[in-house]
Each structure stands twice: as structure tokens, then as C-alpha cells.
Write a protein that binds this ligand. Sequence first.
Ligand SMILES: Nc1ncnc2c1ncn2[C@@H]1O[C@H](COP(=O)(O)OP(=O)(O)O)[C@@H](O)[C@H]1O
Ligand SMILES: [Mg+2]
Length: 368
Amino acid sequence: MSDCFIGLMSGTSTDGVDAALLEFIPAARLLNTCFLPYPQLLREALLNFAGGNYAGDAIDQLGALDNELGELFAEAALAVLAKTRLSRADIAAIGSHGQTVRHRPAGEHPFTLQISDPNVIAARTGITTVADFRRRDVALGGQGAPLVPAFHNAVFADRKETRAVVNIGGIANMTLLPAESGVVSGFDTGPGNLLMDAWSRAHLQQPHDKNGAFAASGTVNAVLLQALLTDEYFQRQPPKSTGREHFGEMWLAERLRGRNLAPADVMATLCELTAHSIADAITSHAPHATRVLLCGGGAHNTHLLKCLAANLPHRTVTTTKDFGIHPDWVEAAAFAWLARETLAGRPGNLPAVTGARQPTMLGAIYSA
Ligand SMILES: Nc1ncnc2c1ncn2[C@@H]1O[C@H](COP(=O)(O)OP(=O)(O)O)[C@@H](O)[C@H]1O
Ligand SMILES: [Mg+2]
């Protein structure tokens, strides 16, 4: 049996599908990658749907989006495969995260919902597909998130150096990898790019503030920053995870009401909010981490990186590129790895991270 897997991921940014093809020999080696952006109309439909902002029948829309995303995810898997000399028979499985449309791991009826029909992915690709990774953890009382820390531990841990890995997607999450064999921990730190992206759509008519140029042109508003940081989420102890349903456009609009600020200053403040909340998470929960490895699309935001470095003196801040996996592909690679764990019958969650009652195998297997 080959040890090649494809990971498919679309995160809270709702920007498109990241596909990563890995070989495990047994160390993870990235063979090829492909990014399939969501067509504009699909992206808008997803953002509206996930935000509860739609007219018509919700079940019809959910079913249609689930199918459309299944087709797109399958296309991404076939596209990354086509970049290699491998054939579908060489791929042991696809691990598909899908697209989160709602994440409510607390409450009377906790749930998290990722769509992109794995039946369609398995049927179109002819490759066994593992999907629905988060819900078993939620069924065991966990957050179902973040799930990447076990992969971070498998590929970025070091015996001699305590490290923190920070994935800056729409939401940002942090993994603490202690030197020697301490307990791996991690949680969502709060907004990564999603508030900056929303502000960029509204004021720059661009999907994101490229390299943080607009943020860099403004000045941080200390009063607004403090107001944003008073949100209860930042003080809450882990395990914790969050999403668009909390840190969405409404959250920002409510906190901007009655303030008359220049758009560039708001962007500068949102960028500082991301940097400050990540740095806070590291200083409170990973004080011994001497090296911080960044990944996710936010690692391209040069202004954000400057703000992070300023908030994290005396620590080395680099990206995962220096450690074998380019920052754009770490999360997709994690779902390839998680699919491999599932096929091997091994648990994929870390109860110290998610709060689940026990380690468990994740996902369901849709055979080729
Ligand atoms: N050059 C760049 N400058 C600023 N931000 C960027 C750049 N490239 C990517 N990003 C940010 O990264 C996001 C995508 O990151 P990604 O890791 O795919 O997040 P997610 O996992 O939530 O989909 C974009 O929405 C954007 O905010
Ligand atoms: Mg993405």
C-alpha cells in the first residue's frame, strides 16, 4: 500500500480549497500542492449562508452548497494529483476537512458543521475519502477544534527547544510544543485575518489587505484596541475555539458604532488586535517557547509579522518554511496526516487541546 495522501482544506477565510499531496516515508514530505479559489459567487453564497443572511429554503441551500463544494474539492484533489507522476491508485486516501458553515461546540446541543459532500469526492476521484473529522470529538464533549496541534507535534516538535506554532487563517490558533516530552496544548487565540478581510472588502474592494499595506498606512487607535480586547473570549481559559459566528462582521460593527475613525486606522487596529491576542496567548500559555513558527495565509501579511515580532521580543519569530513545510500548506497537510491516522486506526484528537473526554479516531471513511 502506498503511503501517499491528499489533504483538502478550506478554512474560516472561505477563500478556496488548499490541496496538498504528501508522502509519509514515514516523515511527512510535501510532494505537490494546488489552490483552487472559490468563484466569487460561490464565496458570497457561502459567506451569506454561514452568516444566516439568505432568503429562501435553508435545507435546499445547504444541500446544494454541500454538493457544489464536493465537486470543487474533488477537482482540487484531481488537480494536485495531475501535477505529479502518480495515479489515483497510488493515493491511499484523501482527508477532506470541508468548509465550516457553523461552529457551536458549547450549549445544550453542541455541534460543528463542515460541508463538501465526501460521497461526491470519493465518486469523482475514485479515491477513498476520510471526512467529518470534527464531530466525534464534539460528541465526546470536546471543541472539535483545533485539530492541527497533533500534526504540528508530529512534524515541528523538537526535543531541545520549546516551540509555539501559530496558524493564522481566518481564525488564529496556537500550538505549544514543549521540549522533551511535555504535554502538547493549543487553542484558538481569536481572529486571524477574517476581520481584516471584512474591512478590506468594505473599504478597499479587495479580498484582503495585501501585505498589510493599508494597515501600515494607518495608526493604531488605542481606545478601539482596548474596547476590542475586552471581549470575554480573550480572557477565557482553554479549551476554547471560535469562528465567524462570534468574531464576524457584526461583532466589529457593534464595536465601531459611534466612533468616527479613518478606515486605515481601523485596519491598523484590527491588525494589532490579531498580533496582540496571539502574543498574549503565547506569553500566558507558552512562556518558555523560544521559537515561534508561523503558518497560514496571515504569514504573508508583512505588516502583521512586524506587529507580531514587536509584541514578542526575545523570541525568534519565523515561518514553518524553515522547517520543511511552506506556511500555505500546513493545514491541508494536517488533514492528509489525520486521514492516515484514521486509516491506521489511531486517534487524531488531543484531549488536552480540545477538551474531549478521551482520545478518539476521527472522521468517517467513504471507500473508493
Ligand atoms: N499577501 C497577503 N497579504 C495579506 N494577507 C494575506 C496575503 N495572502 C494571504 N493572506 C490572508 O490569508 C488568508 C487565507 O489564509 P488561509 O490560511 O487560507 O486561511 P483559512 O485557513 O481561514 O482559509 C486570506 O484571506 C488573507 O487574509
Ligand atoms: Mg484558506
